[in-house]
Ligand binder design. Sequence first.
Ligand code: AGP
Length: 593
Amino acid sequence: MCGIVGFIGNKNAKDVVLNGLTRLEYRGYDSAGLSLFNSRYQTFDVYKDEGRVQKLVDSTKNAAFSNIGIGHTRWATHGRVNKENSHPHYSQTRRFIIVHNGVIENYQQLKDQYLRNTILTSETDTEVIAQLIETFSQTLSVEIAITTTLKLLHGSYALLVLDSNDPEKIYAAKYKSPLIVGQGVDGITVASDLMALIGYSTDYHALDDKTFLVARKEGIRLFDLNNESLDLHFKPIELDDQDTTKGEYAHYMMKEIHEQPSVLRRIVTNYYEKEKSLIKSEILESIKSSDRLYILAAGTSMHAGLIGKQLIEKMTSIPVEVHIASEFAYQKPLLSKNPMFILVTQSGETADLRACLVLINQHHYKSLTITNVPTSTLAREATYFLELYAGPEIAVASTKAYVAQVAVLSLIAHELSNQSIDIRKELSIAATSIENFLSSEEILPLVREYLTRRNCFFIGRGLDYHVSLEAALKLKEISYIQTEGFAAGELKHGTIALIEEGTPVIALISDPKINNNTRSNLKEVQARGAKTFRIVMESCKQDGDEVILENVHPLLTPLVMVVPTQLLAYYAALERSYDIDKPRNLAKSVTVE
Ligand code: AGP
């Protein structure tokens, strides 16, 4: 949620920052801005406006060379989407320039207490930080003015600060929102995530909370908030350009849908050495010794968690509860005596989950984060973490990460169980089933025929019910069709009232035991005018079924059943000419609560 990038070095900062912002745009795309040093007037210029990074690229075409700069791409939290509220923000005299990702919860209070005589030019919480630094810098050194300000902030921040009086430094600090510093031959880049560093840095250090750094061309110094020096720990960057481009596809989402078979195969390769599982035994022991598992997650990851619950409960005797992170954090349920927590998250930065983990750590409970980003906050702060190996997921709508989450949860369930499933083989059968479907899919005609209304339903039973929740989220988030996922048998208990002539109802059917039950529910809605079609596993196939998928192990059907629904969402958005990879009002990494 919001992307920030800063650069100081031997290159034109404009290029590094704009390229970085383009790569981070999935984090927020309401507006974009950039600040560069203007050596003629010895000040920092600010270029910003609502809209995409491309607009900023155009408006900064003629900006002169500057070896220092900071930029921002915004997902609005405080204040409307307009030029004034876009970052960077100046302090009152224009001495300090700041970009920020996060939310300052006590900004009004800080304004009332310290800034009564300051005229603020935006509605943002961020501007308050710039003004406070300027106020304190009247009597304190800049570094102390910054740390004094940081100590007053409640909420979350990753921020970069420039000082016009000393244009050879970038100050950076972090609390709860992610921030990474990279070094390369041409200079130092500070950014919200690793992707912005590709091509410019060879090594990175992920900042800890409540740390503060000063980057100069010559090097980086790191401090705590008491201005005590700290050591930096650099690791090599293993991402490359290939991971972050669309390749032959028109959209990242389509590329990521097509990557799903290889993601499943990569998971098998990374988690097994021949037959031996590489999941650390202490993780499995901790799970086994707990009396109940609590899976916490949000959105798509929560839907993967629901499948995980089914898999773990079906393969082991450990009870599992699944909770929406934002609810759990403030409405903690009655916990078992010896709980263990599994946090499922693509980004590893979701603020709602972070709030849960803070609570979990306060009580010294054990936790496992399953994430795609091993450098992320939630990976670092949990007792254990397991990687998804899905590769960077850039489309806001999550696809391959969901499949990877379900697969990794299935490995955990398998390693805890006594059942003799050859999970490696079963996952590779699932990969092939997806691949075969993708190579011959004919989803677009179904979209044209059925998804013509403003609403839609997915129905299913058992695992298919949980997949239908994910199918509905995907369709609504990118095509803006109001969609609900429903337990097929539950529809008649009220919601069937919404069915009218032409309402699309899509049934997911993968379990022969309940095949006919779901089909009866379809008949009920057909009788009331619904236009229905079916996505089925071969084992459940009947004449006239529209989408038929090759059989996979009965517990792994979600991996395959979800894929046609991802394509339905994709083509429905394409038909409406919507921005598939960057749907309205959303951002990829939700770092505010
Ligand atoms: C769905 O397509 C979304 N991108 C969203 O629901 C996402 O799964 C949710 O915000 C949680 O994000 P996380 O997996 O990064 O924690």
